[in-house]
Design a protein around this ligand. Sequence first.
Ligand code: AHG
Ligand code: MN
Ligand code: MN
Length: 346
Amino acid sequence: MNAKRSVGTTITEHILTQQRTNPEATGAFTTLLNELIVAAKVISREVNKAGLTDILGDTGRINVQNERVQKLDLFANQVIIQRMRHVGQLWCMASEEDPDLIEIPAEYPRGNYILVFDPLDGSSNIDVNVSIGTIFGVYRRPEDSHTNEVLLNDVLQPGVEQVAAGYFIYGSSTIMVYTTGSGTGVHGFTLFPSVGEFLLSHENIRIPEQGKTYSVNEGNYAYWDERTRGLIDYFKTPDKETSRPYTSRYVGSLVADFHRNLLKGGIFMYPADLKDPKKPTGKLRLMVEANPLAMVVEEAGGYASDGNGPILQIEPATLHQRVPLFIGSRKDVQLAEDVISGRRVL
Ligand code: AHG
Ligand code: MN
Ligand code: MN
């Protein structure tokens, strides 16, 4: 029997076969990605038995995001940091859970990649057995960084500079979706516990140009401005010609809502709201959530906007800056941007 058919295509094999068209398909990058995959397998195992061990609930700590830290947030954060710091391919790391950059300890060699990540996305869903995930983006150390010192500016790069991005979703199965951009496509791999490998399951994912689903937390309606309310009302208003009303789907885990829309089409929105004066630009983080998913969705033919322009073009000012996020099927997101920016009146 053909071995390939019996086992399928692993990520390493997939990257290396892409070697010709994939500028990032170097041994260094493959090593980095493989180590991240080991971290995800460890997190997936913990998530899948979370109900059986004392890993549920919160730590009683409040993080830099001013959010309660769940035990699994911390566990996932530590697993990724411990696995990745010895790989020898990283200049530094940045995590949603850490206020400052994470330096590579002196005993380990450093490399030229920068890893930014949300170790566990959808924390509010951990205890209720709803899909959660890990989001990551990879940058190169800037060419003009000549000091031996790791600087915040090395990391504050616009999303368009990412050389790879993706996510793991810990749900009914554990799936990894990633891209290295430049036309190499978006590919999904499913973890086969019996083999212990992620095997290619969704080759060259393309998001439908227009969807029939909108995802937003309508509980924030009272805190939105008129344009935002008008946009959400638009998706809910019956109109045969434009296949409305759309279906509403909102899981509360960005990776789960994003993954469904990536495969089936649709728009996810986390608009700016006036609910928390400390977060006037919405809840989601540019570096560790919006940028990585924006790279994935645009490589799959979709679009990601902050309501005025492309997420990937935003020059980050701070490490944990939040942005309004409209992401998914190109036509739906473009409409959202036209309405939120005032260029179009519904
Ligand atoms: P995280 O768990 O990493 O803090 O992210 C949670 C985010 C995102 O996953 C989700 O889309 C959003 O929070 C849900 O926020 P609301 O509960 O305010 O809708
Ligand atoms: Mn998150
Ligand atoms: Mn998180």
